[in-house]
Design a protein around this ligand. Sequence first.
Ligand code: FES
Length: 104
Amino acid sequence: MKATWKLADGREVTHDVAEGLNLMEAATSRGVPGIIGECGGSMSCATCHVVVDPAWAERAGDPSAFEEDMLDITEAGRQPTSRLSCQIRMRAELDGIVVAVPQP
Ligand code: FES
């Protein structure tokens, strides 16, 4: 399965992502710029913030209540399809997902 990150500088990178891996883990293991994942996926840092491409937002799902609170304090500012990428777990229906890394 694949995921594409649109970087803040306009470049795009696409990587293979194994099923079950979350998009923060996938990004940090490949060195995707702008995704830090400081808390390791425990929803306490928001340094894994991405903006899901609107075409994929419904499939990616809605944030949980706790994720909602964290999204309100993201450094780059929340957008309508913002998510914490540590909470998006790769599965077949997300194969090909596109997310943008917000401008810091
Ligand atoms: S990695 Fe910290 S909130 Fe996602």
